[in-house]
Design a protein around this ligand. Structure first.
Ligand SMILES: [Mg+2]
Length: 281
C-alpha cells in the first residue's frame, strides 16, 4: 500500500480569501447559468384531469352574468362562447397574440346584442368567478417548492406562462404560496404576446437583467416552451409530462402540428433533477 503524500496547509486568516480558489459559477450544458425561467402549467403547477374544470367554471361564470341581469340560456351562451374563443385564437395565432379572457366574454355577449366592454365590472366579476373555479383544480407539483427553495439560493428565478387571465396566475401563486420564489412573472395576456414569441421571453430576461446566454428555460411543451426558448437564444430543458392542452387548459382546440418538432437541449423526468443538473460544471 502506497503511503499518501502529506501536505501541510497553513491558513493565514487575513489573506485566506486571496489564496482561496475562485468559486466556479454554476454551469449547465457548458454554459454559466444566472437565471432559470419556468413554464407554469404542467411544469410547476399541475392542472387536474386536463380540462375537467372547464364546464363547471363556465357554468359559474354564466350564473354570475345571470345574477347581473344578463339572461341567456346556458347552452346558447356556451355554444357562442366556444365559437368566439376559437375565432379569437385563430385570428391571433399568426401574430402570436393573447387576447385577455375578458375580451372573449365581451365578444360573446356582443353576439347576443349586449354591449359590455371588456373592463365592465360585470365581466371582470364573471372572469374572477371562472378563475376561482379553475384554481380549485390545480396543485403544485409535489417537488416544486423544495426545488425552487434550493434553486433560489443560486439563481434568479422567473415564470413565462401562456394564460388568458393574468391576475388568475398571481392569485394561484399566492394561494399555493409560490409567489415568493420569483423575481418576475410574465403572463401572455398581460402583454398580448404568447409563447413561442421571443417577445414574452425577452420581457422576463429584461426584468431579471440576465442575457439569454446565461439563462435556461424549463417547460413541458415542445411547440411553445422549447421552440420559444430557442427563438430567444435560451437553452431549453423539457420536463416529460403527460400531455395537456397547448396553453395550460385555457382552450380545447388542438395545437397546430409543427414539423420538425423542436428538440430540447436536455430532458428531465422530474423537477428534482434540476439542482444537480444546473450545478454541473
Ligand atoms: Mg405547460
Amino acid at each position: 500500500m502506497r503511503a499518501q503524500a502529506k501536505t501541510t496547509v497553513h491558513f493565514d486568516n487575513n489573506s485566506f480569501n486571496a489564496y482561496a480558489p475562485p468559486i466556479s459559477p454554476p454551469r449547465v450544458m457548458g454554459m454559466q447559468v444566472e437565471a432559470v425561467l419556468f413554464d407554469l402549467f404542467n411544469t410547476l403547477i399541475i392542472v387536474e384531469s386536463g380540462d375537467a374544470f372547464y364546464m363547471p367554471a363556465l357554468q359559474k361564470l354564466h350564473k354570475t352574468l345571470t345574477q347581473n341581469n344578463i339572461n341567456i340560456p346556458f347552452e346558447d351562451f356556451k355554444n357562442v362562447y366556444f365559437k368566439v374563443r376559437d375565432k379569437l385564437y385563430a385570428d391571433a395565432a399568426q401574430r402570436l397574440e393573447e387576447p385577455h379572457f375578458n375580451t372573449r366574454i365581451s365578444r360573446t355577449l356582443q353576439e347576443f346584442s349586449i354591449d359590455l366592454q371588456p373592463q365592465h365590472p360585470t365581466i371582470i366579476k364573471a372572469t374572477n368567478i371562472f378563475c376561482n373555479e379553475f384554481l380549485k383544480h390545480t396543485h403544485p407539483d409535489p417537488e416544486a417548492k423544495a426545488v425552487l427553495q434550493e434553486l433560489r439560493k443560486t439563481f434568479k428565478l422567473g415564470i413565462v406562462s401562456n394564460f388568458a387571465i393574468p391576475q388568475c396566475v398571481h392569485k394561484l401563486l399566492k394561494k399555493h404560496r409560490m409567489n415568493q420564489y420569483f423575481q418576475t412573472v410574465i403572463i401572455s395576456a398581460a402583454i398580448n404576446k404568447r409563447k413561442p414569441s421571443p417577445i414574452i421571453f425577452q420581457k422576463a430576461l429584461q426584468n431579471l437583467d440576465s442575457p439569454p446566454s446565461k439563462t435556461v428555460y424549463v417547460g413541458d411543451t415542445p411547440t411553445t416552451d422549447i421552440q420559444g426558448a430557442h427563438n430567444t437564444g435560451i437553452k431549453a430543458i423539457l420536463i416529460n409530462r403527460p400531455p395537456l392542452f397547448e396553453d395550460g387548459t385555457q382552450h380545447t382546440q388542438q395545437p397546430q402540428k409543427q414539423h420538425p418538432k423542436p428538440h430540447p437541449d436536455y430532458t428531465i423526468q422530474s423537477l428534482t433533477e434540476l439542482p444537480s443538473l444546473l450545478k454541473k460544471t
